[in-house]
Design a binder for this molecule. Structure first.
Ligand code: ADP
Ligand code: MG
Length: 347
């Protein structure tokens, strides 16, 4: 704008036109430049993250994002040796920080809501079956009974302190933590005044606003793969505006022993890895932690119970926009609620 005002002072009409044209080109180039998103990639919580945002100033917010995610891991990760969660599980402290207070409080709500299909008390079961940092082994019936007693024993909090009735009850927030980390990164971007972004932490995705060309963000939902090494193929794509989508699947995270595939999702009722025809669940919600927790709950319920749950809670959290991919006699089938199917983008 300043350049244009200065240009007006140029007397020669043709020179003026030339300068005006130049500044118009510069403006156009500037606009094109601003259309490019800032793209960041890195690692957190033992998985990848990929973040895109549109910022006229093209600020690099990776240092801020990395330090947020590192602080998050020091609190809620089970992979970081001295994380607060590891120390709480080991009985070294019972003082919760803000992150663990949020996760515990909301996990207890979802445990109640899903009748413990989602249940953070599976810590030791997950370790025993081998999806965490320890060795994998199938527990014998006596061990399983003891693990179940610990996993069914009450836990809670009061005045910022965690309590458990059974010292063997260990917490595992892995089914909700990545979603919450995505929420916190989104909040950080909001704080910098960024109003168009897509945050993806290990498949827990959150979007804000429209892209500068006025189009919504699109997110692909992966087709369940034959095995963990298969190249990802998109099953369907949805448009996502000011919302989160999370997909949980049993097809990538599992281990095989004696020809049996063990999912990394534990049924808290039996203490065993879930085994059913449901291959993946996607949930769209405002908050990413909620979508994350509900995906895990549906994976535990299985297709029929999950559909009954959705019908029984029409206005409940995490039931409006849900999408299932399941196996029916060797054929891949899909079912999406009406609200989810309305988001399916035209190919
Ligand atoms: P993903 O999105 O990677 O498929 P989830 O969000 O479903 O994963 O989280 C799976 C992790 O949550 C497991 O690796 C385990 O640590 C923990 N977990 C397993 N079963 C349950 C359960 N029933 N409720 C809550 N957390 C669980
Ligand atoms: Mg989850």
């Amino acid at each position: 704008m300043n350049t244009y005002l200065k240009d007006k002072s140029v007397r020669h009409p043709r020179a003026g036109r030339f300068l005006v044209t130049l500044s118009a080109v510069a403006l156009l180039l500037g606009a094109c430049h601003r259309q490019e998103p800032v793209r960041l990639a890195g690692e957190a919580q033992g998985t990848y993250y990929s973040i895109q945002y549109f910022d006229p100033e093209q600020r690099n917010l990776q240092p801020q994002i990395d330090s947020l995610l590192q602080a998050f891991d020091r609190s809620a990760s089970l992979w970081v040796d001295s994380s607060l969660l590891r120390r709480i599980n080991d009985g070294q402290t019972d003082t919760l920080d803000d992150i663990l207070s949020f996760l515990l409080q909301n996990s207890l709500r979802i445990m109640d809501y899903t009748d413990s299909a989602f249940d953070i008390r599976v810590g030791r079961l997950v370790q025993t079956w081998g999806f965490s940092f320890k060795q994998r082994s199938e527990p014998d019936s006596t061990t399983l009974a003891a693990l179940l007693r610990a996993a069914h024993s009450p836990v809670g909090y009061a005045n910022g302190r965690f309590f458990r009735h059974n010292p063997d009850t260990e917490l595992d927030f892995n089914a909700i933590a990545q979603g919450y980390a995505s929420d916190l990164v989104a909040r950080l971007l909001d704080g910098y005044g960024i109003d168009s972004y897509l945050v993806d932490i290990g498949g827990e995705v959150i979007s804000r606003g429209l892209k500068p060309d006025g189009k919504p963000w699109r997110v692909g939902i992966e087709r369940p793969a034959e095995d963990r090494y298969s190249e990802p193929v998109v099953q369907t794509a949805i448009t996502l505006t000011d919302a989160s989508v999370v997909t949980s699947g049993s097809y990538r995270k599992y281990y095989e022993k004696g020809g049996v595939r063990y999912s990394h999702t534990i049924d808290p009722a039996t203490g065993r890895p879930v085994q059913h025809s449901l291959l993946s669940v996607s949930v769209v919600e405002d908050q990413c932690w909620l979508a994350d927790a509900m995906c895990t709950a549906y994976m535990v319920m299985g297709l029929d119970s999950a559909q009954r749950f959705i019908a029984a809670h029409p206005d409940g959290p995490g039931t409006a926009a849900v999408y299932f991919i399941y196996d029916s006699c060797g054929t891949l089938k899909e079912y999406g609620t009406k609200e989810f199917m309305n988001l399916v983008a035209e190919q």
